[in-house]
Design a protein around this ligand. Sequence first.
Ligand code: ATP
Length: 324
Amino acid sequence: MSHPHNPKRPRRVTARTPAKVNVQLAVGGLRDDQFHDLANVFMAVDLHDTVTVEPAEELLVTVSGRDAHEVPADASNLAAQAAWLLGERYHRDPYVHIHIEKNIPVAGGMAGGSADGAAALLAIDALWETKASRSALLELAARMGSDVPFALYGGIALGRGRGELLTPIKPDDGGEREYHWVFALAEGGLSTPAVFHECDRLRMASGGGHLSADVPMPDPAPELLAAIRGGDTVGLGRMLAFGLNDLQEAALSLRPELRATLDAGTAAGALAGLVSGSGPTCAFLAAGEEEAVQVAKALRESGMCRDAIATRGPVPGASVEVVE
Ligand code: ATP
């Protein structure tokens, strides 16, 4: 299966992928396969990981950047899984050196691992010139994890099933909208399965010990979809403040100190604050760019978070940036 280097073939490919925030994360009952049905409304935001791949004698993962030491550099890394899956499908040894430049918080509820998996799929496909179709890449992405297909999509999209059955959501007038966000990074991460488990536990406790059968199928909130289709920042803020993340209570139960972070962001003028996905990153929607900069500054000064980043969304999904 070895492929001698052809001088015309790419020597190195770099791809980048955005993080996501869930503007809605509605969690249904626990299914027989132990997954939950979800209605996710994802927005890709301008905070990216970069993945560079080049041919190697073996599969190797290296990581630099923020919290690099917390990222597994072995076969469990989603970028390494991308090499295995593409190799299996196209009958190649998965021998590539994958370097991840990490910016997205690790285990922070912003789908950083999924972002790296999606970037690696695109980068390795370009390096090997396998020219996988979009639908083949999306299928491999769905096998890697529920959030990986959205990392390829970007923009704003509704995810059903486990979150992998995606429909883009766009403003009705066909124009672009820009939302300003602040992300408050927490010390340490939260395990997504642990947060789902806590969500089930809280539901059991409040439902007298019965789980799932009584939990309705999750649906996107019509007012939220209307706000996005109308490009209405204030309307979006109103819906976020209403509380559309079913994992938020579970994340707060595991990390009660996040309440103070949410309070600090809204006190600093954010339209709304919410736990991002399974947390512990907190996300704040601001009225505009200036307001976002102010909220980020106030959050940093409050000491309620490790760092605060002002950014914007939606942005496009994973893309190949450089082919050398
Ligand atoms: P999600 O929002 O999709 O639930 P998350 O953002 O909370 O995920 P990730 O940063 O994706 O969390 O990491 C979750 C776990 O996945 C990590 O603790 C780590 O063990 C593992 N992991 C595998 N590959 C990666 C990667 N490339 N980057 C970061 N973590 C990875």
